[in-house]
Design a protein around this ligand. Structure first.
Ligand SMILES: C[S@@+](CC[C@H](N)C(=O)[O-])C[C@H]1O[C@@H](n2cnc3c(N)ncnc32)[C@H](O)[C@@H]1O
Length: 270
């Protein structure tokens, strides 16, 4: 991986300094069981309770499953607990170190390697399932990475990929209206892409990773090589509703989440 594109250098910097989800537990020492338990608890109860159901962590027993961009291995460990044969790759060496350590800590089996999702080091048709959550919108050639997902899946295999959603409250409300217009970032000459690279990912070091967004239609188009494609939208928390929150019932929040949530989840069968 010599001569890495500038966006990928920034991605490595971002997730070396701020591993994905680490900020959700500042109470325990990084890398301890208590730390990982808290990260996991926060993710599947407070932040994204929909994930176990929609991602189907327990639905792939004995499947050969590849995760692209496994980060701290939070989701990959759930697939392993569900009985999948897990392989995790990540562009950032520290992500692989953390995931390997975490699997060892929980006595789970898996294979891990530093690798770029745009150029997967696997033969055609090597996996039954390819999973990627919040990764492929950070890489310059997203379409190329999805061609790789297609290539390494066996015919009939399933891809499950989460991308950030353009037609979401987060994009139009927080990024465009609040930051772009009200905080005058547009007046300062900042583009939406620049605003996103500054604020979407938690960053203690201002690494400014590449961030892209996709509408349902754009996401579907990216997966046009696949035989069947299903699109779901999820991810909206009450604090994001700000002053409107007291006016929104739980059932309204459910409907809003599936309409203008921040995540587009593509399930595609090869
Ligand atoms: C936002 S984090 C998501 C991590 C994990 N999937 C999760 O949901 O917690 C993005 C991860 O993707 C990795 N990444 C970014 N670009 C990549 C690429 N081209 N190939 C593989 N991994 C990549 C980063 O190193 C980082 O660990």
């Amino acid at each position: 991986m010599s001569g890495l594109a500038e966006e990928k250098v920034r991605a490595r910097e971002q997730w070396t300094l701020d591993p994905c989800g680490a900020v959700t537990d500042r109470e325990h020492e990084f890398g301890t069981r208590e730390f990982f338990d808290n990260v996991e608890h926060h993710r599947y109860t407070e932040y994204a309770a929909w994930m176990p159901r929609v991602m189907g962590f327990d639905k792939f027993r004995d499947a050969r499953l590849l995760e692209i961009g496994c980060g701290m291995g939070t989701d990959l460990l759930q697939f392993a607990r569900g009985g999948a044969c897990c392989t995790g790759i990540d562009l950032t060496p520290r992500s692989i170190e953390i995931t390997r350590h975490r699997f060892r800590l929980y006595n789970a089996d898996g294979a891990f390697m530093i690798s770029d999702g745009e150029h997967l080091p696997f033969r055609d048709a090597s996996f039954d399932v390819v999973y990627s959550n919040g990764v492929l919108h950070h890489t310059p050639d997203t379409a190329g990475a999805i061609r790789e997902v297609h290539r390494v899946l066996r015919p009939g295999g399933t891809a499950k990929v989460m991308l950030y959603h353009r037609n979401s409250l987060n994009y139009w409300g927080d990024i465009v209206l609040r930051r772009g217009v009200l905080h005058a970032d547009f007046l300062r000459g900042r583009s939406v892409a620049e605003i996103m690279s500054r604020i979407v990912e938690f960053s203690s070091h201002d690494a400014r990773p590449l961030v892209k967004v996709y509408s349902r239609k754009e996401a579907r188009k990216l997966f046009s090589l696949f035989k069947s494609v299903t699109i779901e939208v999820e991810q909206l928390t009450r604090p994001e509703l700000r002053f409107l929150s007291p006016l929104v019932s739980e059932s309204m929040l459910d409907r809003l989440r599936k309409w203008i949530g921040w995540n587009v989840i593509v399930t595609a069968v090869k």
